[in-house]
Design a binder for this molecule. Structure first.
Ligand code: G4P
Length: 190
């Protein structure tokens, strides 16, 4: 998606050789006009698929998934990382290891919000090592529901996330695919 790639080139900051900081429009300050265009593009990429629900994980996935959901006309469910007092006790759960943060966390979704007949599109901001997407797909499967695919805003193709996710039979569609960031230079795939 040219609009997103151009925005990454204008406002993204490469940290080291593998982390892209996009706080200016995606992870902290949010550009809703851009999110709307991203939502339309996700809709186009998953055209013809019957989707009943979008699943993401807090925090950064929520805004992207919520705007996209308007174009699918379905509810958004987000997996929780932090347990509040009001969390239902009946949950589907998965353990996710974050390489970026070097720690594991447990993600949870109330059993009320995914049912066996759901066809779920997973949406997230980054695909790096694929663990977050795998965790969410485990939750969907625990519910007996089906993962239709994973829609990603920014994929880092030099990490192994796509292979890990595709190995689980999940179709991956990314809006911007970064081939490399060696020496701070961003190179996109096609
Ligand atoms: P994975 O999700 O593909 O397994 O990758 P990883 O464990 O490495 O990523 C963990 C967290 O770091 C995720 O956010 C992911 O979105 C984010 N992340 C990974 N690579 C980058 C990057 O290059 N730039 C930025 N800005 N974020 C990256 P999270 O833990 O779910 O945190 P948050 O959504 O609460 O911010």
């Amino acid at each position: 998606m040219e609009l997103l790639k151009n925005r990454i080139l204008t406002d993204g900051k490469v940290i080291g050789n593998s982390v892209l900081k996009v706080d200016n429009f995606l992870n902290h300050q949010l550009d809703i006009k851009l999110f709307n265009e991203m939502g339309k593009e996700f809709r186009r990429l998953f055209e013809g698929e019957a989707i009943t629900k979008i699943l993401t994980v807090e925090a950064s996935g929520i805004a992207i998934a919520s705007i996209a959901a308007q174009y699918f006309d379905v509810p958004v469910v987000f997996a929780k990382k932090y347990l509040g007092n009001n969390m239902d006790s009946e949950t589907y759960e998965a353990e996710v290891f974050s390489f970026t943060k070097n720690q594991s966390f447990r993600i949870r979704v109330s059993k009320k919000y995914i049912s066996h007949d759901d066809r779920v599109l997973i949406i997230d901001d980054f695909l790096a090592n694929g663990r977050a997407i795998l965790g969410m797909s485990q939750i969907v499967r625990q519910a007996g529901a089906r993962v239709v695919g994973a829609g990603i805003a920014i994929e880092k193709a030099f990490q192994n996330g796509r292979a890990v996710v595709e190995q689980e039979g999940i179709r991956v569609k990314s809006l911007a695919i970064i081939e490399s960031m060696e020496g701070g230079k961003l190179v996109f795939k096609d």
